[in-house]
Design a protein around this ligand. Sequence first.
Ligand SMILES: [Zn+2]
Length: 235
Amino acid sequence: MTYISSALLAENDFLAHGFGARQSVWYEARNIAPKLIFTVKQVHGNKVLIIDNTLAAEWAGGRAENTFSADAIITKETGIAIAIRTADCLPIIMAEPQHRVIAVAHAGWRGTYKQIAARTIDNLVDKFALQPENILAALGPCIGACCYEVGSEVVEKFKADFSGWRDYFVPKEKKWHLDLIGANKAQLIELGVRKENIDCINLCTACNQKLFFSYRKDPKTNMRMINLVMSKPSA
Ligand SMILES: [Zn+2]
């Protein structure tokens, strides 16, 4: 297996997308022939980078790897593969088919706490005048609630700021486990994304080590999965 796709996103012909697995490598991206590959320096924050035509022109024909610090990327430009790297964190790919705007976001517990998914929606709404109900979101493979034990300081942070925290923290053997998919899904729904427009892959990266890199299972790994989306240039 090289890339895992979302059935919801795959219905849209203008999109090329994929959630990475162990075997996914950059040449896979080249098979979709992007004119530019854009990744960011991921810092577990809530900053969203928008690639407009000026920025796209500046980097034309290149690979803007890790130049900008951000945890989400949005673009309306065609032919640009926007990508984030993960090994347990949740990759989110979004698209608004009518206006052909695409986004990708990276959410571990810190990014989830800082509401990177919600900030991405805010930017899509404010900067691109999109309606949340028209936005599609695919939540990719990440560490599941089955394996994602977190410390009490993490639970306390969420408890203090989110009244719905109990919906996505699962008690297990006197410890708390965080359901990253549940927490991010709740954020998207709160901002007006429709439940039926959210597709969850539900594959745990820590349970499926043959398929994925898992930082929890192998903290020494510096390998990451590449999760990308591109709006195809119109033929
Ligand atoms: Zn698991």
